[in-house]
Write a protein that binds this ligand. Structure first.
Ligand SMILES: Cc1ncc(COP(=O)(O)O)c(C=O)c1O
Length: 501
């Protein structure tokens, strides 16, 4: 029994009555649950510095009322079969208090998947591919040490920073050392820290349109004015970035695999973007969230690897490559910005939890991460082939985009197909897919679905794609029952190539 009790010796209510009331109250509001063992009368009397008789009398009263049970010598317990007690509710202020008059944060779903459905949820990797033995060894290493009795460095554990720096140099052409890397609780915290370090209310921030809604929300929450910039088959349309006085302070981009359409920012545009940033005294936020998975050609060097002028902040994450539940990401920033990011990290949560950092350091140092990436790349490549095959028969009306990389694809639908009706039809047949609409800020979204295939087994990917292709065929049948389709014509600005499979 670990309950705060306090007795007022100046009160006119007797000590035994006060004790009895406090214990009864705790039983009634659920703080002392049915079956909880009560502290012995001797120990409780000692801790309250009262005579043992006071406690015995309070317990006797509660016995008599039926709240507690038990035999002398074998312990006293809260009665096990008390009728269900009313649920405890926290008090609420009446009306809207002064301290709740700021805009409420967005109420976002935390999506849980129904195991009976095949869920093409974007951003889910297949964690079953992780070698359980290597994983266990990394965690045993942590489990065999007691945690330190002090806070760690806000920038992150030294071994993990070194392991990330080495990995970035090898795989992404980003030359950095451990001191350049700041470990964060996921890429999203990195975006938030960058926003806090750089923005004042009203500052313009360019983001890709369509783009990553969570990043957009972070910038908005920090008071930014969002400037949507369109993307095409070469990624962000750099020549549409405002210049001069209208130039945004910061541009957020996903050059390796544009989120969510899947384009790769061409080398010409990479160089143009870097020179725009220098010309306009702006910062590029490069979110390299899933560059590990590129199937047909090696990835282009990261913008941060090409940057000569300290204009790029590079953000990476273990969410796609291992698991989003780890909440582990990192950021490499030009020195003056890095210093601010470290200070803000210290201010917000001191540092990312020590056990996760240490286990990941061991996992990477042992070669486990890169072995995992090689294995996972083969698995995802096979899955995307399965997905591509399934939609080939309907490719005139449903075209896959962005298959070359990552663990999701965009399925662009013929303009006459109603994406929402396809989603509902697929759902009735046991498949969940998302519309692309939410990823747009503006009003002219492309028509289509996002298929996150990363978290599915090969079999689920095959069955799910077949069900979805069938839903599209059925929807075509009902859409064209009355009006036969005109030839498939893309709208201007839409990628107009053959299916990218
Ligand atoms: C574009 C993009 N960036 C980053 C992330 C990952 O963020 P985090 O590391 O916070 O899980 C995601 C996950 O969906 C994403 O889609």
């Amino acid at each position: 029994m670990d309950l705060p009790l306090s007795l007022d010796r100046t009160s006119s209510t007797t000590l035994q009555m006060q004790l009895c009331e406090q214990l009864r109250g705790a039983i009634l509001d659920g703080r002392l649950a049915a079956g909880t063992r009560l502290t012995s009368t001797r120990a409780l009397a000692e801790s309250l510095t009262v005579s043992r008789n006071v406690v015995v009398a309070a317990y006797d009263e509660l016995y008599a009322e039926g709240y507690i049970e038990g035999q002398r010598g074998s312990g006293t317990f809260v009665t096990r079969d008390l009728p269900p007690l009313p649920k405890r509710t926290r008090p609420e202020p009446s009306g809207v208090p002064r301290w709740l008059r700021t805009p409420a944060p967005p109420d976002l779903d935390v999506l849980e998947d129904d195991p009976n459905l095949i869920v093409f949820r974007i951003g889910r990797p297949n964690t079953a591919l992780i070698s359980a033995e290597t994983w266990r060894r990394a965690w045993n290493d942590v489990a065999n040490q007691l945690p330190p009795s002090y806070y760690g460095a806000p920038g992150g554990d030294g071994r993990l920073r070194q392991a990330i720096a080495d990995y970035l140099g090898r795989s992404r052409g980003v030359a950095c050392d451990a001191a350049d890397v700041v470990v964060t609780s996921g890429a999203l915290q990195a975006v938030d820290l960058v926003a806090r370090a750089t923005l004042r209310a009203g500052d313009p921030v360019a983001i890709e349109e369509p783009g990553y809604p969570s990043a957009r929300r972070v910038f908005t929450a920090r008071g930014a004015e969002i400037v949507p910039v369109p993307v095409d088959e070469d990624g962000l349309k750099v020549d549409e970035l405002p210049e001069g006085n209208d130039a945004p302070l910061l541009v957020y981009t996903t050059p390796s695999h544009q989120y969510p359409l899947g384009a790769r920012l061409s080398i010409r545009r990479r160089l143009a973007l870097l020179s725009w940033a220098e010309r306009c005294d702006a910062l590029i936020v490069e979110d390299d969230y899933d560059s590990e998975y590129r199937y047909d050609s090696p990835p282009l060097p990261a913008l941060a690897g090409l940057d000569q002028a300290g204009r790029v902040v590079y953000i990476g994450t273990f969410s796609k490559v291992l698991s989003p539940a780890l909440r582990l990401g990192y950021v490499v920033a030009p020195p003056p910005l890095r210093e601010r990011i470290v200070r803000l990290k210290r201010l917000s949560d001191y540092h990312t939890p020590w056990p996760v950092q240490r286990a990941l350091a061991t996992f990477i140092e042992s070669g486990g991460l890169e072995r995992h990436i090689r294995r996972a790349r083969r698995h995802y490549a096979e899955k995307r082939r399965i997905v591509a095959d399934a939609f080939r028969p309907v490719s005139e009306f449903a075209t896959l985009r962005g298959l070359e990389a990552g663990i999701h694809v965009f399925l662009e639908l013929h303009p006459t197909l109603d994406a929402q009706r396809v989603i509902e039809r697929a759902h009735r047949a046991g498949v969940v897919v998302e519309s692309i609409t939410e990823h747009y800020l503006g009003t002219l979204p492309r028509n289509g679905l996002l298929l996150g295939y990363g978290g599915l087994t090969l079999d689920q990917a095959e069955r799910g794609s077949a069900i979805l292709a069938k839903a599209i065929r059925e929807e075509l049948g009902s859409a064209f029952a009355n009006a036969p389709p005109r030839a498939y014509a893309h709208r201007p600005g839409v990628i107009n190539d053959a299916p990218t499979v």
